[in-house]
Design a protein around this ligand. Structure first.
Ligand SMILES: Cc1ncc(COP(=O)(O)O)c(C=O)c1O
Length: 427
C-alpha cells in the first residue's frame, strides 16, 4: 500500500470509528417511496406541474439557447439572458443591483473573501454556513480581527462591537469597516435571526455608518415576506443591509444564487470575486429554470404553499410538545418549546419555519426507526452541529399532508414508548 493510500485510508477509518464518516446515500429503490421530511424543496416547486410546464414551453421554443455558455461571464458568457435575469431579480427582491453566481457557496465564498479590507473587522454569528467561513478565512482580515458571537444573541453582538470600537480608533471614527455576517433562517436549528434588532443595533453602535450587514437568505427565500421575497423584505430592511444572498437551490428548486448589493459592490465583485471570474458562467438551462421559478414567485404562487408549510409546522410543534414527556431523551429546542407555549400568533410574520430539529443523543437510531416507518428524516451529528447537540432534522414541505405529519408524530411517540419500556426493564 502506498503512503498516500495508507494516509487516506487511516483518516477515513478514524472518521468511521468516531461515527463521523460522510457517505453518499444510495438512491432508494424506485419501489420505496418515503415521505420527504428531508429535502429543501420547502414549497414543493420541484413537484409543481405549473413550473414544469413553464420550463418545458420555454425550452421547446426553437430560439431558446440551451447549451452553454462555454465561457466565463467575463469572457463570452455574459448573455442577454443572464443580464435580464439579474434585472428581474433586483426588481423582485428590492435590491439596487444583482449579480448571479453558480451556487450559494460560490456567492458567499466569493464576496466574503474580497469585500472586507485588510484593516477591517469581521463579526459573525457562530452558526453561519461553511461557505461564509471559507470566504472569511480567505479574506485579507487576519484571524485576530474575525470574531464569532453567540448565536442570535443581540447582547453578545453589541458587546463584541463595543469592544472593537474600544480597541480600534479607526473603527470608532469610521475609517475602517465592520462586516457582520448572519443568516435569516438557520438551517440546523430552524430559528430566525432577530434581523430588525440587529440592523438597529449595528446602526446605533457603529455611528459612522461603517457597520455592514451581509445577510444570507438561503433558507428563508420563498417562505417569508411578500411573494417569498425573504425576511429582509418582510421587515422592510432591504435598504439597510449592505448585501443579501438568495440561493435558488432550496425553495426555488433550481441551483445558483444572486447577490443583491449596490452597483459599486457589484462592480467590485466582478473584478475580485474569484468563483465568478475563474469559472464558467451559469448555464443557460439554469438561468432559464431560475427565470421560470422567479416567475412563479412574481405571480404569487409561493404564498399558498408557504402558508401550508407554516401551518404544518404549528401542527408538528403542538403535537410533539404534547407527546414528548419531560423525561424523554428527545426534546424540542428552546425556541420551539416557547412557540408551543405561546398562544399569540404574529399576523405580520410567521414565527414558524420549515425546519424543526428533534434534539436527541441517538440521532442515527431515531432516524432509522422513523425511516422504517416510511419517513425520510436525517440525523445531524458532530461536526455539523456541536457535540451534545445532535439531532434529527425534520424539513417540512408544501407537498406534505397533515396525515403525514400526524404519522411522523406517531413514529416519534412509538420511539419514546419503546425507550421508556426499555428503561423500565433495566430497573
Ligand atoms: C445558509 C446557506 N448558505 C449557503 C448555502 C450554499 O448554497 P448552495 O447550495 O447554493 O451552494 C447553503 C446550502 O446549502 C446554506 O444552507
Amino acid at each position: 500500500m502506498s503512503a498516500l493510500t495508507q494516509r487516506l485510508r487511516a483518516t477515513l477509518d478514524s472518521r468511521a470509528a468516531r461515527q463521523m464518516l460522510r457517505a453518499l446515500d444510495p438512491a432508494p429503490p424506485a419501489s420505496t417511496t418515503l415521505v420527504d421530511f428531508s429535502s429543501n424543496d420547502y414549497i414543493s416547486f420541484g413537484q409543481s406541474p405549473k413550473l414544469r410546464r413553464k420550463l418545458a414551453d420555454e425550452v421547446g421554443a426553437p430560439t431558446t439557447p440551451l447549451y452553454g455558455p462555454p465561457s466565463s461571464r467575463l469572457l463570452d458568457g455574459n448573455s442577454p439572458l443572464h443580464a435580464s435575469l439579474e434585472h428581474r431579480l433586483a426588481a423582485f427582491f428590492h435590491g439596487p443591483s444583482a449579480l448571479l453566481f453558480n451556487s450559494g457557496f460560490d456567492a458567499n465564498a466569493g464576496l466574503w473573501a474580497c469585500l472586507p479590507g485588510p484593516d477591517d473587522w469581521i463579526v459573525y454569528d457562530e452558526l453561519v454556513h461553511a461557505s461564509i467561513h471559507d470566504g472569511m478565512r480567505a479574506s485579507r482580515v487576519p484571524k485576530e480581527r474575525r470574531r464569532a458571537f453567540k448565536h442570535n444573541s443581540l447582547q453578545v453582538l453589541e458587546s463584541t462591537l463595543q469592544s472593537i470600537i474600544e480597541q480600534d480608533d479607526g473603527v470608532r471614527v469610521g475609517e475602517k469597516s465592520v462586516w457582520i455576517g448572519v443568516e435569516t433562517l438557520y438551517s440546523m436549528d430552524g430559528d430566525l435571526a432577530p434581523l430588525r434588532e440587529m440592523v438597529e443595533l449595528v446602526e446605533r453602535v457603529l455611528l459612522a455608518g461603517n457597520g455592514h450587514l451581509i445577510v444570507d437568505e438561503a433558507h428563508s427565500t420563498g417562505l417569508y415576506g411578500p411573494s417569498g421575497r425573504g425576511l429582509t423584505c418582510a421587515l422592510g430592511l432591504a435598504s439597510r443591509v449592505t448585501a443579501r444572498v438568495h440561493t435558488f437551490g432550496k425553495a426555488m428548486a433550481c441551483s445558483g444564487a444572486v447577490v443583491l448589493a449596490s452597483p459599486l459592490i457589484r462592480d467590485y465583485l466582478i473584478n475580485y470575486a474569484r468563483p465568478l471570474i475563474y469559472s464558467t458562467a451559469m448555464t443557460y438551462m439554469s438561468a432559464l429554470a431560475i427565470r421560470k421559478s422567479l416567475e412563479m414567485l412574481e405571480e404569487g404562487e409561493s404564498e399558498p404553499p408557504a402558508a401550508h408549510v407554516h401551518s404544518l409546522a404549528s401542527l408538528l410543534i403542538s403535537r410533539l410538545s404534547s407527546i414528548l414527556p419531560p423525561s424523554s431523551s428527545i426534546s424540542l429546542p428552546p425556541h420551539l418549546a416557547s412557540l408551543a407555549r405561546s398562544s399569540s400568533k404574529s399576523t405580520m410574520l410567521p414565527l414558524t419555519s420549515s425546519i424543526l430539529p428533534l434534539l436527541t443523543p441517538s440521532p442515527r437510531p431515531l432516524a432509522t426507526f422513523l425511516r422504517e416507518r416510511g419517513f425520510l428524516v436525517r440525523p445531524i451529528t458532530y461536526p455539523t452541529v456541536p457535540r451534545g447537540e445532535e439531532r434529527v432534522r425534520v424539513c417540512l414541505h408544501a407537498g406534505n399532508t397533515e396525515e403525514e405529519v400526524e404519522g411522523l408524530c406517531e413514529g416519534v411517540r412509538a420511539w419514546v414508548e419503546r425507550e421508556q419500556t426499555e428503561s423500565r426493564a433495566k430497573l
